[in-house]
Structure formats: C-alpha cells, structure tokens
Ligand binder design. Structure first.
Ligand code: DMJ
Length: 621
C-alpha cells in the first residue's frame, strides 16, 4: 500500500486505526483546507469571510422557510383535549397559549378600570410593530381585585340591567376596545365613506352612502359608545342623502342601510332614523317593477330606475328572499302596505317554483320568467344561505303564524340532512357540503356557519330538539375551521376529507385562504351560548377575538381582511375593513360575552341577516 503523502502521515495512521475511509478523507480535507487558509494573505482571508457572511445572510430566510415548512408538515399532533372529546389538531406556528405574566390596570375611555391579566405581545399587520394588549387564555379567568375590594362592579355600558361579573366586564371591554380601534381608523381615514382601507389609510366606495357608519350605528348603541354614536348621528342628520345618482344593490342596501336605520330607530326612538329608513325604502321600490315580480339586483336611487346586472337578467335567490324582514317592518311602521306586499309576493312565487331538491333552492332566479336558472347546484352557502335564514326569521317576526314559511323551512332542513350532511375523516366532524349536478361535493363556505345559530333559534322557538343537536355539532365544526388554521382564523371555504385514513379533516385551496372578518361563526356562538349557557362557546369566541387582534389589527386604526389564514408570519393583509365587521362581528362578540339575556332579548327581537335587531311584532308576543 502506498503511504499517504508526507504531510498527511499523522492523521492517516490515526484515521485508519479507527476504521472508516470516509472519516479519514474528511480529516484529510480539513487539514488541507486549514493549511491553505493559513497560506492566504490577511486581505484574501477578509474577502472570503465577507463573501461567506453575505451568502449566509442571503440564504437565511430560504433556509428557515424550508425548515419551517418541514416542521409544519411533520409536527401535527393529535391530542384528545377538546371539551367534547374530539381531538384537537395542534400545529407548529399556531399562537402559543399566552402566559399570564402580569397584572395591569387599564383605564378605558369611559373611565372604567378593569383589571387584566396577560402579557403584551408584538403584532405586525401593516409592517409596523404594535405593542398590543394580549390578554390571556380566557377573560373569564380575570379577577378584578379593586372591584372585589369595593364590592362594586361598574357597568361598561348603559343598556345593561344589573351587575356584571368581573370577567364579563373585561370581555365586554375587550370588544369595546376592538370597536373603538376600528372606529378610530374609520374616523381618521374614511369618515362618511363606505369602507376603511386601513393600510393605505384611505377608503373605498361601493354605494357612496357611508355604509360602515350606518351599519355600525346600532352596534355603538348596544356597546354603550354614546359619544361615537352621537358623532355618527349628526353625520346622518346633516350629511346623509339618498338623493344621489348611484346604483345600489337592492339586497346589500336593504340589509345594511334600511335594516341598520330601522333597528337604530327601535333602539333609540329617534325619528331621524325612521325618516331616513322611509326615504331609502321608497327609493328601492323600483327594483320590483319586473315582469315576474322577482326584483332586479340593482337600483339607481337617484333616478328611480332599476336593472339586473349587465351580464344577465338573473337575480340571486338569497338576495331576493332576504329583504323581507326589513320591508315588512317598514310597512308596519309606516302603515303603508306596499313594502310588505312586494316582498311577500316574492316569497309566494319562490314557494311555488319547481326545481327544488327536498326544499333546497338553486342559486339563481330569472327576473323575466320568474323561474330558477342555472339549476343543479344546491348549497347552504353563497347565493342561497339567507333564503333559509329568512324563512325561519319571518315566521318568528310575524308571531309564528305564517305556516307556509315554517313548512318551507322545516322541509329545507330535512333536505339538508338528507342531501348535504356528511362526516369528515379522521375526526368525524359533521359538515354541510353541496350538491353539484347530482354529485356530493365536500365544500363548505364559512358563510354556512350561520346555520348552527339558525337551527338553535328554531329549536328555542319550539322546533324539533334534534335541530339543537345538529346545531351543536355544526358549531363544533365551524370552530374547528378556525383553530385548525395556523392563524386560528377560518378561511373563506374549506374542503372536508371523507376518505378513511385521511390525516386531517379539512383542506384549503390556495384561492380560498382569505378571511374577510366575517361574522357567521361568532353569530352562531352567540345563539348557542344564549340558549345553552355553556361557557365553552364564550371561550371559543374569545379565542377568535384574540386571533382577529393578533392577525388583522392595523396599528394606525382599523382591522383588515387577510389573504392567507395559513401563514401566521405573513397573513397578507388585503387593506379592507368590511362594514359587517362593525355591524355584525363585533356586535355578536359583545352579545356573546354578555350574560344579560335581556340585552336584545331573542324573545323580543329578531336579527336581520346583517345583525340589525328588529322587533318581533307586538301583536304576536
Ligand atoms: C353580510 O353582509 C350578511 O351577513 C350576509 O347575509 C352574508 N354576508 C355578509 C357577512 O358575511
């Protein structure tokens, strides 16, 4: 055997004694490199070091990204920790359960002093870090020592009757804070406009009618934010005019504007809001001048003309059947039957139509023929959802006497059970899919999460108790749609796995990963808590609020929709705060945390589909 070259002798012997040739060659290379390194000049060494440092810095994110993804995929652990015994999927990258590290006293705007436990965390949405109050695992754990000492508990808002527990007060205050933060953004950058664009510190117009401000009026009233309410009221009194040459969507302007004005009138007794409601209501009436009596989707409220969208003469089924609560109430208040007449006619016609599947309706209806079109898709999600909601709610609004509405509702729920309900794998979550031309599709919109609340509301009003059982199962699923995501926020759409051996219950397509700050899940949590008293629903709502705060709050004011609920490092803000975040999401969270069943009693009010409470008709109660 040839001896190794002279300068390798010492290590060659040691290496061979120990065994492997690879070890030997590594040592050889190390020695050789070291010798060469020592032969370099200082300048040469410095240059090489500099290049290595630059390369290392440039490749760092790639390396960490790669590692992170690897960990994400491999570290999903199933633990049997859910309150109802279902396993919870824990993922790397999900917000850790915050520790209770400090106790701080936070004076709020109204002079309340509420003790909070929690740690502050840094939140980045718009590129800036914000020192944020991250309370906790659950505000129910909070103890207000001052209040305990004084034996007094302050009320965070005027409409509550009776004392609040300390934990309740701190939860309610957290929602007030979220509202005030949103309102600050709206006021600073979008006042009087439709929607805040919180990142660009500007606004977007849809109808040019101050949509967010009107949608938020009754929320401010319910949350006890009187100062803000008064400012908004004076804008309505002095600036709001519907005499404008603008096209508005009949459904959206009915549920947000007409509904918002009517409910604010009822809560405050201020006739300003009733006058404005009459004005917009009468301006929307041209939509019903169609050959079929099925209304057009768009109305020019200045010109008094209406038309379908440019590309079709169809309207959306959910849209034409989810304006009834508001128009019926307008008739009752004005003693002018015309509003109720036109919307009831729509219901009668839809009731008689062919083309339903066990009470489930297609998504489109033609304004000329009055027939369903594009048949074959049956969903509880977009374009059909609130048809079902308004069957039940009109029945409740009118005092549970309109039997046809109830019959259609009950039939539809049976249709859901028969055609759309399935269980996911591996955890057996009950979900509502869709039928597409005879085929079952395991696709569920976040919008469908209104259904647990509606089922619970029906059961509360004497409908079958198995509706409540189903409500609870679906509520669990909707919550899982949040916590199984890395941000703890639900995507717009999920696809459930049904085949045995699946490793996770749901998949989310790239195009469906956005979250628009929608209300449906917290809306249902509110109903479930009201009717069951089970605190787990409050706990779930609290987690969702925390995740909104963590991933969607913009430091300069407002909250933003995000593009990617699966990336906690960059959820990709969309720069838009939808009006329903203030009109619905925060309102339902507040009502969820309130233990006062008389704060918008569900025996006296029925919420429209934009969370505006309208009275159940007095003769009916
Ligand atoms: C709201 O405008 C209403 O709740 C509507 O019924 C559905 N879409 C949004 C909220 O997601």
């Amino acid at each position: 055997m040839q001896p190794p070259p002279q300068d390798h002798v010492s290590i060659s012997l040691a290496g061979q004694a120990g065994g492997s040739s690879s070890c030997y060659s590594k040592q050889w290379r190390r020695q050789s490199c070291w010798r060469r390194w020592k032969q370099l000049s200082k300048l040469q060494r410095s240059l090489i070091l500099l290049v290595l440092v630059i390369c290392g810095m440039a490749s760092y994110p790639i390396v960490t990204e790669h590692l992170r993804d690897g960990v994400k995929e491999s570290s999903r652990v199933l633990i049997p920790a859910m309150p109802n015994g279902l396993p919870e999927t824990i993922k790397q990258g999900q917000p850790p359960a915050p520790e209770q590290t400090s106790q701080r006293k936070l004076p709020n705007k109204r002079g309340l002093h509420i003790q909070k436990k929690g740690n502050a965390s840094d939140t980045v949405v718009d590129g800036k870090k914000e020192r944020q109050e991250s309370v906790i695992s659950w505000c129910g754990a909070v103890v207000d020592t001052d209040q305990l000492r004084d034996g007094e508990s302050e009320k965070p808002q005027a409409n509550h009757k009776g004392k609040l527990s300390n934990s309740e007060a701190s939860c309610l205050e957290a929602v007030q804070k979220a509202f005030l933060h949103s309102w600050k953004g709206y006021k600073d950058f979008a006042w009087g406009h439709d929607e805040l664009r919180p990142l660009s510190k500007s606004y977007s117009e849809w109808f040019g009618l101050g949509l967010t401000l009107i949608d938020a009026l009754d929320t401010m009233w319910i949350l006890g934010l009187k100062e803000e309410f008064e400012e908004a009221r004076s804008w309505v009194a002095t600036e709001l005019t519907f005499n404008k040459n603008v096209d508005v969507n009949l459904f959206e302007s009915t549920i947000r504007i007409l509904g918002g004005l009517l409910s604010t009138y009822h809560l405050t007794g201020d006739t300003l809001f009733l006058e404005k409601a009459k004005d917009i209501g009468s301006r929307l009436m041209p939509a019903f001048n169609t050959p079929s009596k099925i209304p057009y989707s768009d109305v020019n409220i200045g010109k008094g003309t209406a038309h379908p969208p440019r590309w079709t003469s169809d309207s959306t089924v959910a849209e034409v059947t989810s304006i009834q609560l508001e128009f019926r109430e307008l008739s009752r208040l004005t003693h002018e039957p015309k509003y109720q007449v036109v919307v009831s006619e729509v219901m009668k016609r839809v009731h008689k139509l062919e083309g339903k599947l066990d009470g489930l309706v297609p998504m489109f209806i033609n304004t000329n023929s009055g027939q369903f079109t594009h048949q074959g898709i049956y969903t509880m999600g977009a374009r059909a959802d609130s048809y079902y909601e308004y069957l039940l709610k009109q029945w409740i609004q009118g005092g549970m006497t309109e039997n046809q509405l109830l019959a259609d509702y009950l039939q539809a729920i049976e249709g859901v059970k028969k055609n759309l309900l399935q269980k996911s794998s591996p955890n057996g979550l009950t979900f509502v899919g869709e039928i597409t031309h005879g085929q079952f599709s395991p696709k569920m919109d976040h919008l469908v999460c209104f259904l647990p609340g509606i089922l619970a509301l029906g059961a509360h009003n004497g409908l079958p108790t198995d509706h409540m059982d189903l409500a609870k199962q679906l509520m669990e699923t909707c919550y899982q749609m949040y916590i199984q995501m890395e941000t703890g926020l639900s995507p717009e759409i999920v696809h459930f796995n049904m085949h045995q051996g699946s490793v996770q219950d749901m998949n989310v397509k790239l195009a469906d990963r956005h979250n628009l700050l929608r209300p449906e899940t917290v809306e249902s949590l509110f109903y479930l808590y009201r009717f069951t008293g089970d605190h787990k629903y409050q706990h779930w709502g609290w987690k969702i609020l925390q995740n909104f705060n963590k991933y969607t709050k913009v430091s300069s004011g407002g909250y933003t929709s995000i593009n990617n609920v699966r990336d906690p490092d960059y959820p990709s803000p969309r720069d838009k705060m939808e009006s329903f975040f203030l009109g619905e999401t925060l309102k339902y969270l507040y009502l969820l945390f309130s233990d006062d069943p008389n704060l918008i009693s569900l025996d006296h009010y029925v919420f429209n589909t934009e969370a505006h409470p309208l009275p159940i008709w007095p003769s009916a109660t």
